[in-house]
Every structure is written in C-alpha cells, then in structure tokens.
Write a protein that binds this ligand. Sequence first.
Ligand SMILES: [Zn+2]
Length: 656
Amino acid sequence: MDKSRVTTYLSLNQVAVNDLFWSPFMERVRTKVLPYQWKALNDKVPGAEPSYCIRNFKLAAELTHPELDYGVPRDIGFGGMVFQDSDLAKWIEAAAYSLAWHPDRDLEQTLDETIDIICNAQQEDGYLNTCYIINGLEKRFTNLKDHHELYCMGHFIEAAAAYYEAAGKRKLLDAMIRYVDCVDAHIGAEEEKLHGYPGHEIAEMALIRLYAITRDEKHLKLAKYFIDQRGQPPLYFEEETRRNGNAFYWQDSYIKYQYYQAGKPVREQTAAEGHAVRAAYLYSGMADAARLTGDQELLGVCKALYANITKKQMYITGAIGQSAYGEAFSYDYDLPNDTVYAETCAAIALAFFARRMASIEPRAEYTDVVEKTLFNSIISGMALDGESFFYVNPLEALPQASLKDRRMGHVKIERQKWFGCACCPPNLARIIASLGAYVHSANADAVYTHLYLGSEARFSLAGGNLKIKIETRYPWEGQVDISLVPERKTAFTYGLRIPSWCGSFSLKLNGSDAAYTLRDGYALLNREWQEGDKLRLSLDMPVNLMETNPHVRDNQGKAALMRGPLVYCLEEKDNGTELFKLHTGTPHEFKVNYEKELLEGVCVISFTGKREKDWQDDALYRSRAEKEYEDRELKFIPYYAWANRGGGEMRVWINR
Ligand SMILES: [Zn+2]
C-alpha cells in the first residue's frame, strides 16, 4: 500500500453543501424524510405497516427499570423484525448528519430524549437489543447467524459516532462502548468465548469508526476478529445451527453459508456472493481494516472483490444484487433487468465500499462508482416528495408482470409508503444527509476532489488552512468552477477526478491551460497555490449510447442512454405502452432540454427513433417477413426520477 496515496475524507462539519442538484435532496431528507420516518418509527403513519421501533425501546426500558412508565403495556411483546432496532439507529445517524449542516434545537432535543429511552433499556452489563431484552435474555448470542444482534449494534455504533461528531454529545457513544465491552466479553478468540461473528455485517466498519474516536485497541481487535474469523473451519454458523437444532433456511441452497459470505475464509474469496447488502458492508469493513493496518493481503482481496462486482455483476445504474432469491449476487454477467432485485440498500453499500477504496488510493474507477450509485440506483429509491420508497430498483418494469408473474412479484411499479422491513428509507436518509463527506479527501500534502457538488470546504493542510469553493450546475452541465483559497502560499498536489463517462475535457487555471498530469483518472496539479487561484474544469457531456459486454445475455442488441453520470429511461407516460417495441434507429441528433417544471427540474433527452408496427391480422406467429417500423419521437428522463407521475411501464435498455 502506497501510504502517500492514502487520504481521509473531510468531515461533514468541514463541508457546507449548496448544490443545485443535491441540496433539494438533502433538504427533502431534513424537512420531509426525517419527520416522516420519525412518525413511522412511532407507528403514526396512517395506512403504513407499524414499525414498533420506539415502542420496543420503551417496553425494553420499562422491563429494565420497573419504576419507569412510558405508557407501553408490559405484556404487549416485541413488535417487528428481529433487526427492528436498526431502523431507529439509522434514523438517529441521519438526523445527526443533518444537524451537522443544519442546527435544529427541536430535532436535537428529540434525539436526546430518544437516546435517554435507549439508554434506559441498556442492561447492567451493557447489553442492548430490544428483541432479546423483551423476549428473554437467556437466549442472547445464541443465533448470531440470523438474529441480527451484532448488526443492530453496528448500526447503533454508527449512530452514536455520528451524533458525537455532529453535536459533541457522548451519552449514546458511551452506551455503545459499554455494549461493545459486553459483546467483547462473550465473543472472541479466547477459549471460553463464542467464536462467532455477525450474520449480517456492518459491525466491522462500525467498530473501526469507533476505534477512530476512542483509539481503544479493543475496538479494532474485535473488528479484525469478526473479519478474519468469518468462514474459518470449524464453521461457527454450522455449529450454532447444530446447537439450536433448528432448520437452516439456506442449508440445501447452492448459496448455503456464502449467503452470509461465511462459506470460506474471507481472504480466500474472489467473487462477490450471497446477500448483496451484507457482502458490500463486509467489504467496506475489510477496506477500512486494510487501510488502517496496511494489510496488503486484505487490500488485495478487496480489490479482487471490487473488480468482480464492478466488471461482472453491477448494473449500469450502479445497482447490485441481481437475484431476488437471497437478495443476492448470482453469477458473472447475469444482469436481468426485469426480475432484478437491486435493493436500494445494496447500492448504498456499494457506494460505501467504493468510497473506502478511493480513500486508500484515489482512482476514478472507485469514485465513478460512488457517483454512479448516487445519481442513479440510490436516489431512485426515494420519491421526489420524500414520502415513498423503492426497496427494489428494476431497470425494466411492466405493471401486469409485477401483478401476475411471481418472478417479478417483488418489483413494484410505484414506491411504497413504508415497509415491514424498512431498511432502505432510513439508509437513504443517512447517505444523502452525509453527502458533504463524499466531496474531498486529503492528506498532509495532497487534496482530492471526488464529487462535483456546489460547496464550500474549510480545512487544514500541513501548510495552513485552506478553503475550496465549488460552483457548478452539474450534472445538467459539465462546467465546474473551483476557487482555492489557502491562508498563505502553499505547495500541495490538487487532484480532480475526470469521470470515466467523459471523453474530453479542458482544465484552465486562472484563464490559461493548466499544467497537469493524469493519474488513475485524476488530473493532478502540483504547484504552489495562492489566494485567488481559480480552476475551470469543463467536462464534455454528450449523450452516450451505451452497450453492454456481449457476455450479458439480457442486453444483447440493446442500448441505454447516459448523459454525464445519469442513466436515462423511457416511461410509459411519455412514450405510450409496450416500450419493448421501441428502437433507437440511427439517431442523428439528440435534443437535450432542461425542463424546469418537470420532475423538480431535469434534463430530458429526445430523438427520433423507431417503433415496430402492429400486424394487420391477429396472428401470434408468422413466417419470416420484413419487419415494419414507423418513426417515433422518443423521450427519455433520468432513471432516478421514474415512477413519480404514477405507475406504468419503464425501460432503461431499448432495442438498437
Ligand atoms: Zn434495504
């Protein structure tokens, strides 16, 4: 690992985002999603499935401290999924991020009161999971494989760290440190402990984040244990299943323990397998561990897994997890557009993994994926009004198939208000609310700008304080203006990502051609910077007709439209039904129009394509005859914005 290439992302407190595209999303999260989710967590959304989340914590607190009375009947039982606690943790994390860029005393008070309830549910020895506190503590740590205790702990560590960083308050952080002590007392390498690890990963990266705050070696050690114990023989999950004597859902499946990425030691894994969210969370934790410890072998594993995902198993939208069976990866080049799973959380998890890889080594192949997921398969998960959500993000939707074909029963054509398994909405909230921390990273003598968000960042380099201001209409236009304002003349390397979708670009420094070198997709300027230095990056942003590697059977003979980082799609609303009859023809000219009133403001692409004509008779088959086409004006909207004008057909890949 080239240590001089390792950088750290600027924190949310250092970057103020003011961006044409993203600020409305962030504001939507702050003003609509967070309040809406708070209502959902409190079971106050009419017509939505109850979450039971807050109720579980209040009940657990009452059971722990009988003198407390939150008005929850003590015999009511635990509600929701075994991992219900994590929804509250994700909400707290997202709310904390929003406080970092928008102070809000009422929200902070709600957080403090909620954290009081959470801490009141904590056991004497630090244990904190409402499912077991309510259902019986004697069973805790007996089903690490499927009962998500360590997953919920991981999410709460993330929440606690976020709130500590945003508001400087450590009550939840201290509670989590105690919970980790409790887990550490029961699970680990020592003879008398359980030699287990999380069934659903996230604790790995969460513990490393905790270690960054506490510098307590115990936290790093536990994270490394979870990573390296995974899949070691004798297989812990197999022993656990035997002890419990229960049926194991994946026992007879081809996925088996690889559903949990535990079929073999992680250092022997070369292809992404199993549940996609779990997998990418694990890889994120592995990347964190490799970065922190300089573990070259582990980094090599991360690189191989990253290459397998992004070169063989990732949709053009950045979505991952092709198979509804197991919400999982399937096999190389299997990328069906209609039966796809593509969970919103999985795209978020991939963004986490890619962002971490980019901090080890600034390479556009990593940051391109962060950008691709963010602009496409992540935000497609949320309606533009912030009140309904997709769990599954298809690249092709057909209303009657969703209704009547079991293979596509999971594919919805309209976003849902809330789900019983509500993992995606709060996950969306936490990534969008923390976008400021994706823009720049730096080390002592280099600064890299990864994403072009209108923003102002202030931070310190070895040579003194530095301010970087970005102004842009990205992704609708490719011009990015950057002002660098160092406190005093300072020499450092400044790197700007040149996105892979961009065929040609120009870079001007103070009005003249800038002298730069290109390395791994970053334009590097190594010079002495001074106040008043201005860069103008102009990225050509043509409409690109994209093809897929011929190994991918589902996209044979098809093309997709991209402009900049955005993938486009056809919707029934603009193009009528039976979108599968449409062809690109040979487009001579793409018209790109910014429509301010449409879908909160989007660039629309249109051109004259073809539509196959219907036959004169009602035959189902006929012998070979010339196909007949008519010209048809095709109108494409950005993929993320589909299904915001009612349900209907949608298609990303169309016939060539
Ligand atoms: Zn999800």
